[in-house]
Design a protein. Structure first.
Length: 541
């Protein structure tokens, strides 16, 4: 059995580690948020999950950016690296570990040990080389890789390079890589990216350079063992962070648990521009070193602006810190995870962020919670607990919607379609709002207060309790399903309902009927509308 078929196997989930030649942009935020939601959901399902990030410090583009600013490379990567690390906190992302490749004591020993393993396998050799190099990609490119002579990602001409480098025997691993891809030992998601990788491997693999001259690297990087004239190629260096984070080459418990022979799932979450490095070069290096492969490479799309990829080198970045400061953490999390497609390119628009928050979070979720809890608090003597009344058609429709959401949300997450998972949560909210509109609990409340007899009032209050319990239950299920995406909001929902926060930590509580006695609490609006706040503060939205 493939080790990733164990549903309760430990999960090691990594983000790609970005270059730090400039400040982070919203594309970096999306990757962190996708990973955070995946890790939180895995824990809801009872899996041990280790979620990590870091920064890629030893790149030529970092050194050149520092020279342009007139500062040392170490100063620049430290300053920007600290900013990247703060991004997770700003977004409410919980990382279990974080590694800066230039200053974490675990990293150099790991890179050196991996190099030495590949050398011992006979997979490293030195030769003169001439080629065209894209500093933005930190890679040599062939004519087939270019668009009108330019790098298609960075839209820049390439640099002619002629030097002696160390090479890795990638061609030797064409058949083992293809076997891993076709057998499912190494999966790439979505399927079209798997097809892309398989096609590339079938087309023939060419050995690639894994070092750079120390002079061209501006004396910045990890030295090649035994060759003082060379530093290790930034991608060989950077990819090793996934092992460094676990203590490699030392036999740590973390390494044994997440990258040993015991059942574990190793997922790399990356952008499509670094697919080849993660799904071809990295597995080949691991095969050479005698180490297990990643289980899954999950590939998300670009965040674009007017159809063009957002990127530091393109000058069209969107500052995620400014977004959080202006619109709030939850608005940014919701927009990125609901309205930016998990695997396709998505255009970022501030006005759509505001609209999504105000119409979906404030209008559908916040408004329903406020109406239900306010009405319940007007009748403190009501016992909001399951009753024995026969369910009506409207009751069954709401319950069916909750069951569908509890089924569809995990399935969408398993399919790496987090935007669709949130769409399923919104469908449940739509059903709950329709139920409220059809059952008119506010009318039942008003009629109970004006009833002519105690018996009539009691009947109306029983109907009101019946309806309010179901609305509270729909909101509780919503909170459980929403917790990986908007953890702070989910906690506020269950607090307002008087439900233990422990419900949010286990997906089994997403079953309609798992709730018991609700004790609603007063509180402010869950999601104050951004458009109104923006007008109050003079923002132009």
């Amino acid at each position: 059995m493939n080790e990733t078929n164990h549903p309760q196997s430990p999960l090691f989930l990594t983000t790609a580690i970005p270059y730090v030649n400039a400040e982070p942009h919203v594309g970096h935020a999306l990757e962190l948020l996708l990973g955070d939601a995946l890790a939180r959901h895995a824990r809801q399902r009872g899996r041990a999950a280790r979620f990590t990030g870091g920064t890629d410090d030893h790149s030529l583009k970092n050194a050149r950016a520092a020279a342009k600013l007139g500062v040392s490379t170490r100063e620049l990567v430290t300053r920007h690296g600290d900013t990247f690390r703060r991004l997770g906190d700003a977004l409410g992302v919980e990382l279990d570990d974080y590694l800066h490749t230039s200053r974490d004591a675990r990293h150099v020993p790991a890179v050196t040990a991996l190099w030495q393993r590949c050398a011992a396998a006979g997979d490293l050799y030195s030769k003169p080389y001439r080629g065209r190099y894209c500093t933005g990609c930190e890679a040599f490119a062939s004519d087939d890789d270019l668009s009108r002579g330019l790098c298609p990602t960075h839209l820049e001409p390439l640099e002619e390079v002629h030097e002696t480098n160390w090479f890795f025997r990638l061609a030797r691993y064409q058949r083992p890589l293809l076997d891993a891809l076709t057998s499912g030992a190494l999966r790439v998601e979505p399927r079209e990216r798997q097809n892309e990788v398989e096609s590339f491997v079938r087309g023939g693999l060419v050995d690639f350079s894994v070092s750079r001259s120390r002079a061209r690297a501006r004396d910045w990087g990890i030295g090649v063992p035994g060759d003082p004239s060379q530093v290790i190629y930034v991608w060989f260096d950077a990819l090793t962070n996934y092992l460094s984070l676990l203590g490699f080459p030392e036999p740590t418990p973390e390494l044994a648990r997440y990258w040993g022979q015991a059942p574990a799932e190793r997922q790399h979450l990356i952008g499509k521009d670094v697919l080849r490095f993660h799904a071809v070069y990295w597995p080949a290096i691991l095969l050479s070193a005698g180490l297990p492969l990643p289980s899954v490479v999950k590939v998300h799309g670009y965040v674009t602006s007017e159809g063009q990829k957002i990127g530091k080198s393109l000058g069209n970045t969107v500052d995620p810190f400014a977004l959080v400061a202006r619109f709030g953490q939850e608005a940014v999390r919701f927009y990125c995870l609901r309205h930016l497609h998990s695997t396709r390119d998505s255009d970022f628009r501030v006005e759509r962020l505001v609209e999504a928050h105000d119409s979906e979070l404030a209008g559908k979720l916040g408004n329903l919670l406020q109406r239900v809890t306010t009405l319940a608090l007007r009748h403190p003597s009501l016992a909001l607990r399951p009753d024995s009344a026969a369910p009506s058609d409207a009751d069954r429709a709401l319950e069916d919607a909750a069951h569908r959401a509890a089924h569809d949300v995990p399935k969408a997450i398993d399919d790496f379609a987090l935007h669709q998972a949130l769409a399923s949560v919104l469908e449940l909210l739509g059903a709950a709002n329709r139920y409220a509109d059809s059952q008119e609990p506010w009318t039942l409340s008003r009629r109970a207060k004006t009833a002519r007899t105690p018996e009539a009032a009691a009947d109306l209050l029983a109907q009101l309790a019946h309806v309010l319990w179901r609305l509270c239950e729909g909101l509780r299920v919503t909170a459980v399903l929403l917790a990986p995406f908007l953890p702070a909001a989910a906690r506020r929902i269950v607090d307002r309902l008087g439900v233990p926060e422990a419900h949010l930590r286990e997906l089994r509580f997403a079953r309609f009927g798992a709730g018991e006695h609700f004790r609603p609490e007063p509180g402010p609006a869950l999601f104050p509308r951004i458009a109104e706040r923006a007008l109050d503060r003079g923002f132009v939205v």
